[in-house]
Design a protein around this ligand. Structure first.
Ligand code: TPP
Length: 620
């Protein structure tokens, strides 16, 4: 037997050793679970397409979403040949959203494969959502031929790299077949490094059909960021027991949700979250106060954080939507921890900025238990409990007159969905009601397209998540406008037998736009939608169908729909009535406050004149 170490063995040992050394250097990154699973070598005599697939597998890719085309048929044939799961979609916007939904729900990079030209342009809104919402996605993008295949006027010969640049963290262009594995490895690693986001790899089609020898080892992820001196300043501030600490946590803390809960318990600190941070602490935890903490969020959070002296913000950016147009106040003292140094102090100016991975920061914080631990204040927890109960009581008031009040549907969904059920909300008025009142009970169970607000996102995103978790309950909540944007994608769920439950709040209008337009313009413009024949649409698409018309039927029909083991369309005849929405009120107040005197005068003059002249205000 040859006992000499192989080159592969040596490389693997060296990689592990350097990771361990990096991890154990004092004050540097700690050994943490790596979010990219890199396994085995890409080796042998392979075509470019085989090298792509072998690298995707090496990096732990569990599925590819997309549409084949002339430049990528070789690749799709190889997905099939090599047993890499794939899902054909109806539109590349959906491919990007599915990769996004898969990534948000699994915590690992999601993958899409699209053709150049229209495949790329169709995918841009979805990639933009992943970029602005910090979601790790890897896009494998075909390109027209290069080198001897670089003919003039090739089909789809748009500048793929230039198109993709603004919606990704980085675009890598592959020029030679030998670059394929390392470039895809780099893309995966970059997608999860620091603040996650989408990365694209553009590969000319001729490279997919060439063949070459490969022997490419797995790549290790770079060290996790940790600024020890800044963290020590933060710990020193947290030592002041007279300062009541409040934690505001975002999606950046999601991979460390268990540590976050332990830290909150150690500091006896209430926890509010951003929208995409929902679930980072179970919202029925005694210290969880819900979404927001400003006037746009839950009342409980606003009230409790009104008494907070020191804000510890972790993995959260204070973006426009999550803060209700920057309505979150800055308490007396503030610490901000974020893996992207550019996010630190971008909106509110902290006393201490810690450029750090949330998990590393939190695990270091937990080692400070002896000096930082605070006793459990049962009176304070009872106070939070009381506030949450009174919030809940308020939600039971029904405002719907000619249909279902969406909040009643949202509460019924919570009652009947299992704790690990996944809810994907879309860009609609009810997204703010759901953020406020749907309790996320586990990490990675509540999802919203927050910062790009791409209508129609939830339907493909949910299909992507259901593909990753075939056994879990997956639900979308859209308005009819959002549904219309992605309705055809429900046929993908039917074709692949993915039992997503598509709830549509049908009010034949863009209620959200009406809520914004009416107070400012005293009329609405371009907000009315078609009266669809939903049963026929469901039949044509092959969807199971449930219709909720009556308030008294909500619970029974939600339960029935959730129990179906096939993709199901649930039309909910919706009436918001006069339901007040805290997010809308907060935004209006802050926005109005910022208008100049001249702007205010113009707005007021227009509103008064229209109030006098219009009998009917809502004329689309
Ligand atoms: C792609 C895209 N186009 C336009 C908008 C602006 N917009 C935001 S919400 C909305 C209406 C959503 O309609 P619907 O799904 O019916 O929900 P509702 O307004 O009734 O709550 C529009 C047009 C957007 N966010 N995204």
């Amino acid at each position: 037997m040859d006992l000499r170490p192989s080159r592969r063995g040596l490389l693997q040992t060296a990689a592990l050793a350097s990771a361990w050394l990096a991890a154990s250097r004092p004050g540097q990154a700690l050994p943490h679970l790596r979010r990219v699973k890199a396994d085995g070598f890409v080796s042998g005599h392979l075509t470019g397409a085989q090298a792509v697939v072998a690298t995707l597998k090496q990096m732990g890719c569990c599925a590819v979403f997309g549409i084949p085309g002339a430049q990528e048929n070789e690749l799709w044939d190889t997905f099939k040949g090599e047993g890499l799961p794939y899902l054909l979609v109806t539109h590349e916007f959906s491919a990007a959203c599915m990769a996004d939904g898969c990534a948000r729900s699994t915590g690992r990079p999601g993958v899409l494969a699209v053709v150049p030209g229209p495949g790329v342009t169709n995918s841009l809104s979805g990639l933009g959502e992943a970029l602005l919402d910090s979601v790790p996605v890897v896009a494998i993008v075909g390109d027209v031929g290069n080198c001897e295949k670089a003919h003039p006027f090739q089909v789809h010969s748009l500048d793929q790299v230039a198109l993709l640049k603004p919606v990704t963290k980085c675009v890598f262009k592959v020029d030679r077949i030998g670059q394929i594995p390392c470039t895809i490895q780099k893309a995966f690693i970059l997608s999860v490094s620091g603040e996650p986001g989408p990365v694209a790899v553009v590969i000319p089609y001729n490279l997919l059909i060439e063949a070459a020898e490969f022997d490419v080892p797995p790549q290790m992820e770079p060290e996790l960021l940790y600024d020890q001196p800044a963290a020590e300043k933060a710990f020193a501030l947290l030592r002041h027991r007279k300062l009541r600490v409040g934690i505001y946590a975002g999606q950046g803390a999601m991979p460390a949700s268990d540590l976050l809960v332990q830290a909150a318990e150690m500091l006896d600190a209430p926890v509010a979250t951003s929208i995409s941070g929902k679930g980072v602490i179970p919202e029925n935890h005694p210290l969880a106060v819900g979404w927001g903490y400003g006037p746009q969020g839950t009342r409980a959070a606003e009230h409790v954080f009104g008494e907070v002296d020191l804000l510890l913000a972790i993995g959260v950016r204070f973006s426009e939507v999550a803060t209700g147009y920057y309505s979150n106040r800055r308490p007396r003292y503030m610490i901000q921890v974020d893996a992207n140094p550019n996010n630190l102090g971008a909106v509110l100016k902290p006393d201490v900025c810690v450029a750090s991975d949330s998990g590393v920061f939190l695990s270091q914080l937990l080692t400070q238990g002896q000096v930082l631990k605070r006793g459990e204040n049962s009176g304070f927890r009872a106070h939070i409990h009381k506030l949450k109960c009174s919030d809940q009581e308020l939600t039971h008031k029904n405002y719907g007159v000619c249909g279902i009040d969406p909040l009643q549907l949202i509460l019924a969904l919570r009652r009947h969905m299992p704790c690990d059920g996944l809810l994907f909300t879309d860009v609609m008025l009810a997204e703010h009601l759901a953020a406020e009142s749907f309790q996320a009970l586990q990490p990675r169970t509540y999802f919203n397209p927050t910062d790009n607000q791409a209508m129609g996102w939830s339907i493909p995103a949910a299909i992507g998540a259901q593909f990753a978790f075939p056994g879990r309950t997956v639900v979308t909540l859209t308005g009819d406008g959002c549904f219309l944007m992605s309705a055809l994608e429900t046929t993908t769920a039917v074709r692949a037998n993915l039992p997503v439950k598509f709830f549509v709040l049908d009010n034949q209008s863009y209620q959200y736009m009406q809520a914004l337009q009416l107070p400012a313009y005293k009329r609405t413009t371009a907000t009315m939608l078609a009266n669809l024949n939903y049963p026929s649409l469901a039949a044509a698409f092959g969807l199971n169908y449930v219709e909720i018309q009556c308030r008294s039927d909500v619970d029974a029909q939600v339960k029935e729909a959730l129990g179906c083991c096939v993709p199901t369309l649930i039309r909910v005849i919706t009436d918001y009535g006069e339901r007040p929405i805290r997010w809308i009120e907060a935004v209006r107040k802050k926005y109005t406050k910022e208008l100049t005197v001249a702007q205010k005068t113009r707005f007021l003059a227009r509103v008064s004149s229209r109030t006098m002249h219009f009998r009917q205000t809502c004329n689309d």
